[in-house]
Design a binder for this molecule. Sequence first.
Ligand code: OOG
Ligand code: MG
Length: 260
Amino acid sequence: MTEWNVERAATVLAAAEADRADRGPVTDEWPELDLDTAYRVQDEILCRKVASGEQIVGVKLGLTSRAKQQRMGIDSPLTAWLTDRMALPAGAPLVTGELIHPRVEPEIVFVLGERLSGPGVTAARAMEAVSHVYAGLEVIDSRYTDFRFTLPDVVADNASSARFTVGGVIRKPDELDLALEACLLEVNGEVVDSATGAAVQGHPAEALALAANTLAKRRVVLEPGWIVLTGGLTDAVFAHPGSRISAQFANLGSVTLRCE
Ligand code: OOG
Ligand code: MG
């Protein structure tokens, strides 16, 4: 039997992504996989992506809202990497055939104007580092069958990251009360879910502070220009070919993905 290690887990998960072939949780075969090692798998997958020409554009938080935590059965937030390969330009379709079983979720997205480094970052300090706020849709595509995973599994799998897109309205952070920012999630013009920014850790700035503080333990500093996805406000919906998924925000405008 081959022994499990960081390299092997990275190879297996990268292959699942490249081949669009879902698989069982890594922890089924490697039950000793702990959280620190899972983050090393995540970093190893990132290193391989960077070596193949992708660029880091920021980070995402996952499992920051109760809606997401309850659906996935995991109650602790996590962080993962975003690369330029994942960014869908405005108006570009979501090509579902490139992915395994994509789901889409509405998120509040920050762009940093300054470096932000933990520990000790408060929500207020985090907001000072934000230059812009956008409406976003994240496309998640777990490499695990039926999105069934434990916390170390999903961390190793770069938190199911696949694609993301942001809306056309850019707001300054001090123009808005993001806790009260309302969002409707629509599929083919019908509202299927709704939330306010408070769904994400009470305020999306809390999620950003959490990212800065937990990434500090891995010696990662959030850099100016980085995008930060603060986590799904609602549960995610399946991206079926032919469907149109949009998030309508009260002040951040709307963002739509046409699924092919
Ligand atoms: C894990 C990724 C979670 C979020 O915004 O909560 C996430 C998953 O649900 O597959 O991106
Ligand atoms: Mg997300």
